[in-house]
Design a protein around this ligand. Sequence first.
Ligand code: WTA
Length: 660
Amino acid sequence: MSTIESVVQETRVFPPSEETVKKATISGMAAYEALCKEAEQDYAGYWARLAREHVTWKTPFTKSLDESEAPFYKWFPDGTLNVSYNCLDRQVEAGKGDKVALIFEADDGKVTKVTYKDLLARTAKFANALRAQGIKKGDRVLIYLAMSVEGVVAMQACARIGAIHSVVFGGFSAKSLEERILDAGAVAVITADEQCRGGKNIPLKPAVDEALNLAVGHNVKTVFVVKRTGGACNMVAGRDVWYHDIVAGQSETCEPEWVDAEHPLFLLYTSGSTGKPKGVQHSSGGYLLHAILTNKWTFDLKDDDVFWCTADIGWVTGHTYITYGPLACGATEIVFESVPTYPDAGRFWKMIQDHKVSVFYTAPTAIRSLIKANEGNPATHPRNYDLKSLRILGSVGEPINPEAWMWYYNNVGGGRCPILDTFWQTETGGHMITPLPGVTPLVPGSCTLPFPGIQATIVDETGHELEWGKGGFLVVKKPWPSMIRTIWGDADRFKKSYFPADFQGKLYLAGDGAMRDAKTGYFTIMGRIDDVLNVSGHRMGTMEIESALVANPLVAEAAVVGRPDDLTGEAICAFVVLKQSRPSDEDAKKIAKELRDWVGKEIGPIAKPKDIRFGENLPKTRSGKIMRRLLRALAKGEEITQDVSTLENPHILDQLKQNA
Ligand code: WTA
């Protein structure tokens, strides 16, 4: 709440500089408003115009939008294209073959540059290798790779042959992999022997082996293994192939598979309010359009820019702002293998200086941890580096608190660079509410106004629009091209989660609370309204963590809530009832560690609860419902002033105040 209050009281306004306005593709508020108006009058026509201008089609579409099976919208349905063609061949054909596409900086600082021509050749070779293994259009391919040139190549190669990739973040466990391999019905996995992070080599391949052993009835025929470190790596005969062996004899040309605009480009699993992660399905044409537009308009990408998005390809940000968008705009971008604090907390600043980065996109959690590290260690402070190449800064993944915003603005941007606080989601494919650099006066902590064409608003629980100044549910009133198409294998869950009957099935429900400033109409995101937590910008379902905890033989019952945390935004707090009696203080510590490790193995280290508290029971109503609002108050360390008269067992509240 403190963040919301401080934003609501925020009075600092930073209008765009004249220079930025002059340079920007969307220049000035009038240009922005004209686009919004065009979309309001005819949204299907507006997006069709842009799709004709920005995407290269094999067969041009004749119909912009098919709403006959809403909310299963179909954009540009009779057009055909190939996404990899749009990212790579298109640049080479335009004479940019020798332009650097990727600047890969490895954990140890080693730099490799890949031109558009090279990237196309590498993608074609791997695409041919995939085809040679019998992988074809519509097949699902799971990618479990760290940040690497091969990661981008693997995704592009799938797109080239019309295979549907599903990238799983390298920090997820074998168990999470297994679940995704089965749900997606993957026929192949692309992985590496190990990954390098912060000077350590961390095995990747064993998790794939374990996942495939666990996944009863899976369809995986081939596992492609990139040799990253050359460390020990078990290869299963007849199933596992080395990436370098398999691409060696392949041709550097590969005819793209021309697919319908609606052909799924990828699935990306994300957390929802039930235990099972959802496979968010994105399209080819509509998704690509928004990836291009947001890179051109939000980041104002120009031919001479060097773009750096610090996200991992395991998250949607790495899809839209590393693998697809910047390449489809013909930009030069950085692919970064390491972590922001290795070898020291000056890594980001040194890389911006070395590569003359002009547009930089990162997460508030990274900023907050670097503030802490840099203010504590003046040697790595951004003031020691030449950051003059920067012209635009971005933020994504969670609300950026005004203090972090100001530090980022002054210390990294030198008070010259606009900060684009981009609100969006895995499901939306790209930016939804965001400032545009040459348009929007900035207010720290607010994501400001919708991207042109996105008709966002705030409604009450019955779907009625609220006046500015009132908090409610964030919704989108009209379909847009890069929206989620369905949840893989669960169309019903798609409808219920995003187009609920309460809103007559017509409004896209984002799952966030928001309010608009009474005067400016600027949006402020107030956080999730469902049981989804945001820890360091990573989405985690409380139910997922609860299921993992109760799967442990020691645990009888568990409830998980979030509590505010200065560094990670939210922290995971678990309330646990053991099958045995409530442990002594000493045992509690031991068991808590065991449970954290268990959750790390079940889901991944990012899901480990920060706090674990043991009770003989959980606070329940007489009808047996867990009172989560009490747990939230306990997690925050607040005195319980709420009405507990309906509580069956008030004495356990004292037990649950204590952290193990
Ligand atoms: C949150 C990440 C405030 C929000 C691209 C959303 C934000 C969830 C912002 C999606 C922002 C993302 N300000 N909150 N600028 N950006 N969020 O799917 O709660 O990993 O619903 O997509 O992150 O997380 P996801």
